[in-house]
Design a binder for this molecule. Sequence first.
Ligand code: FES
Ligand code: FES
Length: 164
Amino acid sequence: MKIEVGSEIEISFTLNGEAKTVSFDPRRSLADVVREDCGQTGTHLGCEHGVCGACTVLVDGAPSRSCLMLGAMADGREITTVEGLATDGVFNHVQQGMWDAMAFQCAFCSPGFIMSTMALLEENPNPTKDEIREELSGNLCRCTGYASIIDGVMAAIDNLGDAQ
Ligand code: FES
Ligand code: FES
């Protein structure tokens, strides 16, 4: 693909189940495309260099740092952000679990933790607390001390069991 200086690229992808075609500066990150070009601001930007995990989204189901991905890399992919989890305003099992456990304080980190937990439970629906700590170790929270977040994941596991 040849890109002229100052030109835009156009990509098509699926965002939270909806087909999108957007044009943007090819230097934009996926986080910026999702937030600024698609208006889905639930994905948060903290460090913007791959450390905090606040920007985690699912790309074809895999947790990904959207601050480190170019938006162009989303072409043809399925992107899920925290906005894509609830159905008709009702939290899904992970959101509800976090809510019930009062897992967050300022909640800046919560979209990233929730998306990482979605990926974790998809891969391993019944993880131990140690496995949860290991899998979520790439997400940082400056408020909670993490114990309540682990409780939230355990509550999400219970919710998943209740729904089956
Ligand atoms: S904003 Fe992407 S990892 Fe921190
Ligand atoms: S609840 Fe504030 S950063 Fe996690």
